[in-house]
Design a protein. Structure first.
Length: 402
């Protein structure tokens, strides 16, 4: 457990309150219960984790197994065939500024197959290979319209192209519908039906992470894309999936969580805004069945979300929040980033320190291993957020930024 001395040094004080009713949602810092967190630097067997080898070959692996068993479920890797085909192409998209590719990613297993559509815009004028941002899109498909007849701030592809990055996305419906009645109809029933019988089997968010990994499989084959400079981005529920993707798959240079809240970046033990019970009640198909055991019992979890952020180390991680999005607990998200990136600082000896106090609204922090901002406004993914992510990537990759 983190020692009380460490917690006392932080300006982010953990408060005590009595138990509150199941259906009452807390937005009062004075009513956040007292809690302690699992120690990143002590293994389940009690061994002290003090070296990169200890972290990479012991603690990180057991943290990933804990999240598999208790939160997100497994993400199976087995497949019989993986293929890519160009479904559509326009080398002069966006008035000549971009090369549009629509790629069908086909996965076969046990005589069954599914196809996932990847939309990819590559800037024509930028040096090749090009860094890429992948958005896990759970909103209406018009948000990622490849014709660009409909343009939305949720995925400002033109802005991304202007900044010299490739803009990629897929819709989660191709791998698992964002619907409790139909989520299993895609890859789960077709490719991995055994997962549905397991208490720690893959569910919706794990399927979305699986989809992001298939996009990365494609990036590694495209000579126009620099797969070593790839960022995975998700908003809200997509942000939960993005964190789970980046924690597991070490091919991602940057993992970005936008307003991901409970089950994403926010610490579960704070019981601020959305809680484990509420998210399991409203969205039972997102998480493994075992997560239900911790409804109103967050203190019994053998993990918390700072450990998911820690699992990205030494790769970069960015956590963003919105000032009016108290349901997602911006303070809990920042605490998770602050504590989780101790691995970057203390194990990998990376430069830069995050402040102990919650940063001011629209005062972005960009360190070599972590980024953070709180945007003015409500629960959303906006062009302001995207600009900060591109600023961060430009700094990390040493790219020019006007």
């Amino acid at each position: 457990m983190y020692c009380k001395a460490f917690l006392a040094l932080s300006l982010l004080t953990f408060h005590f309150s009595g138990t509150f009713a199941q259906e009452e949602f807390n937005y009062d810092e004075s009513r956040v219960p007292e809690y302690s967190l699992p120690d990143l630097f002590v293994s389940q067997q009690g061994a002290v984790i003090s070296s990169i080898q200890d972290w990479e070959h012991q603690r990180r692996e057991e943290i990933l197994r804990l999240f598999e068993d208790h939160v997100y479920g497994q993400v199976p890797e087995s497949m019989d065939d993986l293929s890519f085909s160009l479904a559509s192409e326009d080398k002069e998209a966006m008035e000549g500024k971009a090369h549009l590719k629509e790629i069908d990613i086909r996965v076969q297993r046990n005589g069954q197959s599914i196809t996932m559509r990847l939309i990819l815009f590559i800037p024509n004028m930028a040096p090749k290979p090009t860094p890429v941002f992948l958005l896990i899109n759970h909103r209406d498909p018009e948000n990622i319209d490849p014709t660009r007849k409909v343009k939305m701030g949720f995925w400002p592809a033109e802005n991304i192209i202007e900044r010299g990055f490739a803009a990629a996305t897929f819709h989660v419906k191709d791998v698992s519908d964002d619907n409790n009645d139909t989520f299993q109809e895609d890859i789960l029933q077709t490719l991995y039906p055994e997962q549905l019988t397991m208490e720690n089997g893959m569910r919706g968010l794990g399927a979305w992470a699986w989809g992001a990994m298939r996009a990365m499989d494609y990036f590694e084959t495209d000579p126009q894309i620099d797969a070593k400079k790839a960022a995975v981005v998700g908003h809200s529920r997509g942000g939960k999936a993005s964190l789970w993707t980046g924690a597991q798959d070490t091919r991602w240079a940057i993992t970005i969580s936008n307003d991901s809240g409970c089950g994403g970046a926010a610490l579960s033990r704070r019981r601020f805004g959305e809680t484990v019970r509420r998210i399991n009640t409203n969205f039972p198909y997102w998480f493994t069945d075992n997560f239900d055991r911790y409804n109103d019992r967050e203190e019994l979890l053998p993990l918390d979300q700072h450990m998911l952020i820690a699992a990205t180390a030494p790769r970069a991680v960015y956590v963003a929040s919105a000032s009016e999005d108290q349901w997602a607990d911006p303070k809990g998200e920042y605490l998770s980033l602050l504590l989780g990136t101790r691995v970057h600082r203390e194990i990998y000896q990376m430069d830069g320190t995050l402040p102990s106090g919650l940063p001011e609204v629209e005062s972005p922090l960009h360190l070599p291993y972590a980024g953070h901002h709180i945007r003015e406004g409500k629960h959303n993914l906006t062009p302001y957020d995207w600009e900060r992510y591109m600023d961060f990537a430009s700094q990390l990759y040493g790219l020019a930024h006007e």
